[in-house]
Structures are given as structure tokens and as C-alpha cells.
Design a protein around this ligand. Sequence first.
Ligand SMILES: [Zn+2]
Length: 403
Amino acid sequence: MTDTLAPAEPYTRTFEAAVEHVDGREVVLEETYFYAESGGQPADRGTLADHDVVDVQSTDTGVVHTLAEAPDVAPGDIVTGRIDDSFRTYCMRAHTASHVVYGAGRQLLENLGYGGFDISPEKVRVDFTTSTNIDDGVLLELERLANQAVWESRPVSWETLPSAEALEVAGIAFNTKTEEGIAGDTVRVVTVGGAGSDDGPWDVAACGGTHVENTRETGPITVLERSNPGEGLTRVEFAVGEPAIERRIAEKEAAYEAAAAVGTNLDGLPAFVRNLQATVEELDAERAELQERLADVRIDELRDEVFQRDGGTWLVGELERLGPNELGETAATMVGEDADVVALAGRDGGTFVAVAASDGFDAAAIVDDVTDEFGGGGGGSPEAAQGGGIEADPAEVVASLRE
Ligand SMILES: [Zn+2]
């Protein structure tokens, strides 16, 4: 059985190899450069003996290539493998970028520990543990440092060491929970090197994936977001290649649009928004005060409209812009003083009514009369009751109560 040669020679795209074993659509070669899905890196795509390769898995019997259909080959035949260049190159860049991002984390985050990794065509995620709260500022600094390491064109190298020796390497990152990559006798160690001869390595990790030879090959890295997937892990998602560029364009587009909408430029946008927020808060406070005064004026008007009914005085009216609880409080403060029954109707999406009553009157029964006539429901006590979901305008409710 052979393992894949992909991690050792990641730039090989075309190769010839002898068939060792065939079982329907599954082919094992004497050696292969196809990457078998492992450790968060997806299986390579491509063709083998001119058939599409739909999956590559490492098993006890070797690296199994699953083809789209059963090939007409036999053990001993020499076949040609072609690895999809675009997807493999993306994976190499993405995988290297994950080491670069983790290396940036080493400089920024306290008590850093490695927790896992995954590549998809749109984004890459790195999970880790840290005691640092990753706010927006930390996230931006992470992106800045990662791209700095790309720009510095740091060499990337890999070697296989005996496990005991590998675990001695200062600061080596590996998943302590799964111990992936360190479970065997040997460990493959991937190093993102120093920027110069007197600069220490940017990152050292146990990793079996495929990588580029220099950080500059990864291109720009764009951090997308951070989240907490559970188990004390922090997840940072980022993109390389086209998704990374597209994200930056989308962010700039949104920022330009926001700036143009308020008639300023990008540099002026944050200050403009802060000022706008302060103005909105002032206006909100002013509006609340004016509404209160408006309600007071309206209540004064209603005092002039008190009428006699069922042997008592009634104050009935509509109060706009107050919620049901505010109406209830207003009715409760007015009852007894201004009238024996105070019934106030309002609207906030649906129509509602609040009733407060003195001895001899039943607020709940008055609400029941309203909901019997117009629909909706409610309840309360003889002293205070509320109804809501009423299928009529407040003016209709008021007119009905004044009859
Ligand atoms: Zn790696």
C-alpha cells in the first residue's frame, strides 16, 4: 500500500502510474499524486485513465480513487492521472493561508491553541482556543498581519520527523483533541519561515495537507467573520483568491454607497454616522416630549367632552401614539377625578381599548361589550381592563361607547 505523494510534491499535476487493484469504479495505483480527503482539505478532482475522479479516500488498502464510471483497465496497466490544476492550486493557497492566519494569531492572541481547519471553495475556517476577546479591531489586525506575512514572501517548507522529535519543536501547532497528524510514528511538520535569516518562523504546525512554497503565492487574504462554534472554540473564516477579492469589492461598494447617500466620502463616513446617530437620539427625545404634550392637550379636550351615561360621568376618546399600557396608565390616573368611567382607544397595528372605572361600574364588562361588537379579546377587573385585536377603527369604538 502507498500513501499519496501529493503533500510531498504538491506542484505535480500529471503523472503515470501502474494500476495495482481495480474493483468496479474504484482504482488503487502503485503510487498517486491525488490528494485523499483528510484533515479539512477536500479530495482532489481530475481524471484518471480519462475518467472523472469523483472521490479520493485513504483506506487500509491504499489510496482509493473512485471514478465516475468503471474503467477498462487491469492490474499492471500504466494509466495517466491528471489533477485539476485550478482546484488543487486553490487548496494549496488556502491551506498555506490557514498557517499564515494562525501565525498572525500567535502574535495577537493570548493562550492560543489549535482546534481544527476546513477548506471549502468559497472560504476557509480555522478554529482555535484563546483567552483574548476577538473584537473588530483584533480581527482587522489579524487580517493586516496575515497579509503582511504574504507580502514578506516567507518560504514555506515541509519535512517528516519522528513523532518524539516533532513534538519537541518549539510552539508546534497541532489539534490536541484529535491528535490528527501526530498519532503515528512520524509527523509531517509544515513551517512558514522567517522573513530573513535572523527572523524566526512565522508558524510551525503538524499538517498533512498540500501547500505552496512561498506565502506570496497565496495572494490577498480577506477575513470574513468570527464566531463561536462551541466547545470553547473561536472560529475565524477567511477567503483567498476570487472570493477574497469579491468580498473586498462588495465591502467597498457598500461603503461608497453609504457615503454617497449622505453626501460625504469614505474618510468622512464614520464621523458622519456618529453625528447622525447623536442627532437621531436628540430628535427621538424631542419627539417623545412633544407626544407627551400633545397627549396632555388631547386629554384636556376630552375633559370638555365628558358626558352622562348609566347614572355616571364618562370620558371617552381616542389617544393617538400611545401604546395599550400607556393608555391603561392614563385611564387609571384620570378615573374618579375626571369621570366615573374613562375609556381610551388607540391603534398600534391593531386597535385596542383601555378602560378604568369607579365603584358602580365594571371596566371588564365595558371591554367585553366592545369586543362582542367589534371582535378581538381582552380582560381585567371591574376597576381596570384592556381589550385588543379589535377589528374596527378607534373612532368607531369611541362612537359606540358614546351612544
Ligand atoms: Zn497545512
